[in-house]
Design a protein around this ligand. Structure first.
Ligand SMILES: Cc1cc2nc3c(=O)[nH]c(=O)nc-3n(C[C@H](O)[C@H](O)[C@H](O)COP(=O)(O)OP(=O)(O)OC[C@H]3O[C@@H](n4cnc5c(N)ncnc54)[C@H](O)[C@@H]3O)c2cc1C
Length: 486
């Protein structure tokens, strides 16, 4: 099989690349490891794509059929009236301790909005999601990531881009000049060679590979539950490293968030279209303790979207790798415990009773709550803003949304660490070309999406993965098409 541009992996990054390459006149083929019924990648499990906007007028073109009344309502209720390119840049730099690659990040933040408009032109749609407290993402994909991916597949079909499902790339092929000339792949009918003038690798990180998790992330990570699909087992990274690709970014860290203790071991797109019911993201409004009843993070450090990706790691570090989110009746009354309808949990009229049901040390919990309540400062609670209502003089402090825990019934929810995706990847240049350890691009090879390294270190702002995947997917597709056709 010969083509001009071969895309490996049909997630959002791969689909953006394939469609951009086809738009530029290239002949494009996609190979995808998952069977057709489980297609979509982690991208199909998402909700948001982080976008800068100068005001509601930038969001309206992304959301079809909004009435004047709906636009007015949204403008009044958005937690952030504007979110500038500089805010996006600063958020990433802040949560990564300034370690994000400035050149790649600059491209992501400046191109995220134009790329969303390009996606809109391709038929994608957004819906308002401003009603979610502590989220800076004020629009989300219509139909979630599942809807997004189904639209990408429809676009690909319309444009005549074939997708070979159940086909896993296993090896990159090179000529004597070190140019990548295609891949060897395992198909349902056995091994097959796919030749191409340009290969765009978009086949995810190594989050679904227990051996690689233990090797790179450290002890305990082999046993964590996965939020994502079981297909991203890191062979794309391995194949590229084998031909001299330069690793980049944080190979020892990942995105991991608090998840229901009883969540299944992995996610699948077919289940995601029903909504993700396992996230336990209301912790900024309560307190989070370990089995000894002790707090271990500032639950209200900042917007939830800037803390959740590092909170899974903090949970894993606790005894037995579990933690407990504790709320009192005020939180129910204020309606800030969202999407916990089917959560594993317990309810009791006393803290001792709750602790016993949860398996938390009762004395520890009671002491922690007493100390916490005494540290809560006066101030107005506002779940839609960084309200500065703090608990001070304790370790750790709580910087926002500090409500006393004193009104029964009390509720508690056990959580574990769920890995979302890994941060370690390949060094790419600003054209998405993979860089060789000899510090020059590997001819014919591109990497996008979770495979590109350098943007995220230890933490990550929600919605940024889809932004980076779309932006660099589009760049890779455009450049690869120029290379292959030109
Ligand atoms: C539950 C969940 C929720 C998330 N929510 C958000 C969100 O709201 N916003 C956000 O920005 N990010 C979110 N993320 C992160 C986001 O999913 C990723 O950043 C993004 O999907 C990366 O896109 P991708 O195309 O690189 O990877 P994927 O979408 O995972 O695509 C990779 C594809 O490659 C295929 N593949 C793997 N190995 C091979 C092989 N050897 N050969 C061929 N194909 C292969 C896989 O089957 C898969 O289809 C979430 C992740 C999860 C798991």
């Amino acid at each position: 099989m010969h083509t001009q541009v071969l895309v490996v992996g049909a997630g959002n990054a791969g689909m953006s690349a394939a469609v951009a390459a086809k738009e530029r006149g290239a002949q494009v083929v996609i190979i995808e490891k998952a069977p057709r019924e489980h297609r979509g990648g982690n991208s199909a499990l998402t909700g948001h794509m982080r976008l800068p906007y100068e005001g509601i007028e930038d969001l309206v073109p992304l959301v079809p059929n909004m009435s004047e009344q709906e636009i007015r309502h949204m403008a009044e209720h958005m937690a952030r009236k504007r979110y500038l390119v500089a805010d996006f840049y600063d958020d990433v730099m802040r949560v990564t301790d300034g370690r994000s690659d400035p050149d790649l990040l600059e491209i992501v933040v400046t191109q995220a909005y134009p790329t969303a408009r390009w996606m809109r032109d391709m038929g994608h749609e957004w819906v308002p999601s401003y009603a979610n407290p502590v989220s800076a993402n004020v629009v989300s994909f219509n139909g979630g990531g599942y809807g997004l991916q189904e639209r990408w597949f429809a676009v690909a079909e319309r444009m005549g881009i074939p997708i070979h499902y159940g086909t896993a790339a296993t090896e990159l092929l090179e000529d004597d000049m070190g140019r990548v000339t295609g891949v060897r792949a395992l198909t349902p009918q056995g091994y097959r060679i796919f030749r191409a003038k340009a290969v765009i690798m978009a086949c995810g990180g190594f989050e679904s590979n227990a051996e690689m998790r233990a090797r790179y992330l450290g002890p305990g990570w082999d046993t964590v539950k996965m939020r994502g699909v079981p297909f991203n087992t890191g062979e794309g990274l391995r194949m590229a490293l084998e031909i001299g690709a330069l690793p980049a970014g944080s190979w020892s860290s990942c995105h991991a968030s608090p998840q229901d203790l009883n969540r299944p071991p992995f996610g699948l797109p077919a289940l995601a279209k029903l909504g993700d019911e396992w996230n336990r993201y209301s912790y900024p409004f309560g307190i989070m303790v370990n089995v000894h009843g002790r707090r271990f993070v500032d639950e209200g450090e900042t917007w939830r979207g800037l803390t959740y990706a590092k909170t899974g790691r903090a949970v894993l570090a606790q005894p037995q790798g579990v933690a407990f989110q504790i709320f009192d009746a005020k939180c129910r009354r204020l309606d800030v415990i969202r999407d916990y309808e089917r959560a594993t949990g317990a309810k009791a009229n006393s803290l001792e009773g709750l602790a016993e049901q949860l398996g938390v040390a009762p004395k520890g919990l009671v002491e922690t709550v007493r100390e916490f309540n005494a540290a809560v400062q006066p101030g107005e609670f506002n779940p839609f803003a960084l309200d500065g209502k703090r608990a001070v003089g304790i370790t750790p402090p709580k910087s926002n949304w500090a409500l006393t825990v004193d009104t029964p019934p009390f509720e508690g929810f056990p959580v574990c660490c769920g890995i979302t995706f890994t941060f370690g990847g390949l060094r790419i240049n600003t054209k998405a070309q993979v860089v060789h350890v000899m510090d020059r691009p590997i001819p014919g090879l591109y990497a996008v999406g979770e495979m590109m390294g350098g943007l995220w270190h230890w933490n990550y702002p929600s919605g940024s993965g889809m932004a980076a995947g779309s932006v660099f997917g589009r760049i890779a597709g455009t450049t690869a098409a120029q290379e292959a056709v030109g």
